[in-house]
Design a protein around this ligand. Structure first.
Ligand SMILES: [Zn+2]
Length: 284
């Protein structure tokens, strides 16, 4: 096996956005719906997923345990609240301190990540702000990793500025979904300030072709940012599964990585991105 101990840095072993989106396509349980795909990527070197589901969007830690026991993929659990309008109702009325306490309780029970916590498209709602405020406090007390969600790659700079202003260690923060917009400078802005960024929508070509993602990764590697890059697929829908005509979980390994290699990105670099960087972030 060319690559081993691969981490998918942003997945959803179980996610339920079906009510908010009014679409049954958005209820997905990897364990129940496509265990064969999980076994396939495990055989191809994937040993860890970061679960970016949390309160209100169908997280299930018992399910994560079953995936580890039956498939062998370890799942890193997360805490927090996603974004408007997919948060539990109590977030609107809770105080920042109460949200901090929920996060601290989950972190004490073994979660290692606060995420994904999100901003809306070109908008940062009041509740989303509250969640970010709480995440900063919980992060500083525990040194947990923060994973953010940017909607279609908007507000990357604003998120970066927020964390800098609050004095959060950028090495502990992963900004997600950066390659859904064609704004390489926003990515550089985050990287220059020491943040990690995730190319975690590999295979989602509706907003940006994978060829552009390859160009971005190639450019940023050349500029010296290899250790701040991550990759994943963020599969959240039934229609993303192979059996339903989607790209499937193995696309990153079978299609995208060979494209990166053909574009001249070395195996050593790819290995750093897929197999080392998340561990470094956890331990920073
Ligand atoms: Zn997301």
């Amino acid at each position: 096996m060319k690559y081993q101990n691969i981490t998918y840095s942003h997945e959803h072993p179980r996610i339920d956005l079906s009510i908010g989106k009014n679409d049954p396509d958005c209820l997905l349980n990897g364990y129940l719906d496509c265990i064969d795909e999980l076994r396939d990527i495990h055989a191809k070197g994937v040993t860890r997923w970061v679960d970016c589901s949390n309160h209100g969007i169908g997280v299930d830690w018992e399910n994560n345990k079953r995936i580890f026991e039956d498939v062998g993929i370890e799942i890193i659990n997360s805490t927090g609240f996603y974004k408007t309008p997919f948060m539990p109702d109590y977030v609107s009325t809770a105080s920042v301190e109460e949200l901090v306490q929920i996060m601290l309780d989950d972190l004490a029970k073994g979660a290692k990540v606060i995420g994904e916590i999100g901003t809306s498209k070109n908008e940062w709602t009041k509740d989303e702000h509250k969640v970010f405020e709480a995440a900063v406090i919980a992060q500083k007390q525990t040194n947990a990793v923060i994973i953010t969600h940017t909607t279609l790659g908007t507000l990357i700079k604003e998120q970066v500025d927020f964390f800098l202003e609050k004095g959060v260690n950028p090495k502990k923060v992963i900004i997600s979904h950066v390659a859904l917009s064609n704004d390489l400078d926003a990515l550089r802005y985050a990287l220059q300030k020491g943040f990690n960024i995730a190319f975690d929508t590999i295979g989602k070509t509706k907003y940006l072709p994978d060829e552009t993602r390859i160009e971005f990764i190639k450019t940023l590697v050349k500029e010296g940012y290899t250790t701040q890059l991550l990759m994943s697929m963020d599969i959240t829908r039934q229609s993303h599964l192979k059996k339903n005509g989607g790209v499937g979980y193995a696309y990153l390994l079978d299609t995208f990585i060979p494209m990166l290699e053909r574009a001249g990105v070395s195996q050593e670099t790819i290995s750093t991105i897929t197999s080392e960087n998340f561990t470094e972030i956890l331990e920073a």
